[in-house]
Ligand binder design. Structure first.
Ligand SMILES: [Cu+2]
Length: 137
């Protein structure tokens, strides 16, 4: 009886480890730049350092369901980048999101000409939008 109980505990712990490992495979070793929740979605920008440098940039955009934190496909993704400038029209940086091959994960290429606070508006799905802040160094 006692051995059965221990066996069950060992099995549960082993299962937990397997589940943890599976959960981890859903993520990469990328660091978060910024995240916003909009409706049922968590929209996250990530790259290797978690920081954005002036000039050409590549980063990853992830879309997850807030309820289970699982990556979810959102179809076409459009980006609108802007840096508000006092007394001037906002600057913008070209930014393009393309599907990475993993549902819910997109590769972004952008060319950011100026250091400072940028806002990237992310438009996806059925008119959803998120606003991400990038502190460009
Ligand atoms: Cu500027």
């Amino acid at each position: 009886m006692r051995m059965k109980l221990i066996g069950a505990v060992v099995a549960a712990v082993a299962l937990g480890l397997v589940l943890t490992a599976c959960g981890a495979s859903d993520k990469s070793n990328l660091k978060q730049i910024d995240q916003q929740r909009t409706g049922d979605y968590l929209v996250t920008a990530l790259n290797e350092t978690g920081q954005v440098k002036q000039g050409p940039n590549k980063f990853v955009l992830e879309f997850r369901k807030a309820s289970d934190n699982k990556l979810t496909d959102v179809g076409n993704v459009q980006l609108n980048s802007a840096m508000p400038m006092p007394g001037m029209p906002p600057m913008n940086a070209g930014a393009y999101a393309t599907p990475s091959g993993t549902a819910g994960r997109y590769n972004v290429e952008s060319d950011i000409q100026m250091r400072g606070k940028w806002t990237f508006i992310v438009m996806f799905g059925n008119g959803q939008r998120a606003s991400l802040s990038l502190n460009v160094q």
